[in-house]
Design a protein around this ligand. Structure first.
Ligand SMILES: *Cc1c(COP(=O)(O)O)cnc(C)c1O
Length: 387
């Protein structure tokens, strides 16, 4: 029997990391010691008090049944309280907060609620692939907005052709940004909100890295901008903040109409987040600042070590103010892929080629800070020797 894939799957862009994945597998097979600086997944375990809360929550029979679609009232209340405390933004837990099975789930599904075939969705490039893939699955048309150094890694919203704008339904933004590490200014967010209002566009802001910041420079929420709730929703995740990538819980907050639309899709596709995870997440959202600042301290030490090391080697690298990545230019004479392969084969260091996040990422590679200081130090040494 032959089962042909649906067009939407057949038409997926080629998986750019496939070649590097197989080279990594080969190197491992040859017994090479690989230092993996490619993973966007924290290496540190979930804090103990959250695991303990889960242990208790999982014992309760009432948590073994179907959860509510939109999230438990107590979870949505905790999200609203966290927003008030962290950003000074007030949210109605009933209408302006929705639980997600990880923020990826909501980002991937929102196009189904609002995008008709041939509608345009503006997606940053380089960027998290789910923005444009979700658009394609809904039959929409992604239009890429280059994030380049000349524009401080902000999209040039004024240069989008009128013909595109007239068909645009949605805009994705992501700050602190993966992969460029850029942090948004209030001025840029204001501009984006004005732009979305003027053109009647839904603004989806992905704030997955809002709590992974350095030097006490706390990133702002787009909902702090006056009028943002008229056009914007913000996606959040417990994944990066609390080392909970495996737990699958996130949330979206902001514009009531947009949240209701996404909720309609979810009601018909999934059945919400396991209640025990929601209960543990309520505890997570109340985590003491001292625990979080110690996590940030760990990333900051790693950032300082890797940044200094790469600079000394002579790489042109942007000093990140947030996220757990470094965005570096590849040396002259290399493409992103060539330099990634060079580092893998000559130094045993695995990174991510920038063009894998979109064509404007060509000429860059991404390093992740998700490994120990000792391994980072060794990676720097090996890279130095390989050049
Ligand atoms: C990790 C990540 C997410 C989402 O993670 P979830 O685990 O699905 O909540 C969203 N956006 C970006 C840019 C990310 O890097």
């Amino acid at each position: 029997m032959r089962f042909e894939l649906a067009e939407r799957v057949k038409n997926l862009p080629p998986y750019l990391f496939a070649r590097i994945d197989s080279m990594k597998a080969e190197a491992v097979k040859r017994g090479m010691d690989i230092i993996d600086l490619s993973i966007g997944d924290p290496d540190i375990p979930t804090p103990g008090h959250i695991v303990e809360a889960m242990r208790e929550a999982v014992k309760k029979p009432e948590n073994h049944r179907y959860p509510s679609y939109e999230g438990m009232p107590s979870f949505r209340e905790a999200v609203s309280e966290w927003y008030r405390r962290r950003f000074g933004v007030n949210l109605d837990p009933e209408r302006e907060v929705l639980s997600l099975i990880g923020s990826k789930e909501g980002i991937g599904h929102i196009s189904l609620a609002f995008v008709n075939p041939s509608d345009v969705v503006l997606c940053p490039s380089p960027g998290y692939p789910v923005y444009h893939i979700g658009t394609l699955f809904a039959g929409g048309h992604p239009h890429f907005l280059p994030l380049i150094e000349e524009n401080d890694f902000f999209p040039d919203l004024d240069s989008i052709p009128e013909e595109i704008l007239s068909r645009t339904k949605m805009l994705f933004l992501n700050y602190p940004n993966n992969p460029t590490t850029q942090v948004a200014t209030e001025e840029f967010f204001r501009k984006a909100v004005d732009f979305a209002s003027k053109h009647n566009i839904i603004l989806c802001h992905d704030a997955a890295y809002s709590e992974i910041y350095f030097d006490n420079n706390r990133p702002i929420s787009i909902l702090q901008i006056e009028g943002a709730k008229e056009v914007a929703v913000e996606f959040h995740s417990l994944s990066k903040t609390y080392n909970m990538t495996g737990w699958r819980i996130g949330f979206v907050v902001g514009n009531e109409e947009v949240i209701k639309g996404l909720g309609k899709i979810k009601t018909n596709l999934d059945s919400g987040v396991f209640q025990a995870i929601q209960e543990a997440s309520i505890v997570a959202l109340k985590t003491e600042d001292s625990i979080l600042s110690s996590l940030r301290q760990t990333y900051q030490q790693r950032r300082d070590l890797l940044y200094k090391g790469l600079k000394e080697i002579g790489l042109d690298v942007k000093r990140p103010l947030a996220t757990f990545y470094l965005w570096a230019k590849v040396p002259e004479g290399f493409t992103s892929e060539e330099f990634t392969i060079h580092l893998l084969q000559k130094a045993g260091v695995l990174t991510t080629p920038g063009n894998g996040f979109g064509e404007p990422g060509e000429g860059y590679i991404r390093f992740a800070l998700t490994t120990s200081l000792q391994r980072i130090e060794e990676a720097v040494q090996r890279i130095k020797e390989s050049l």
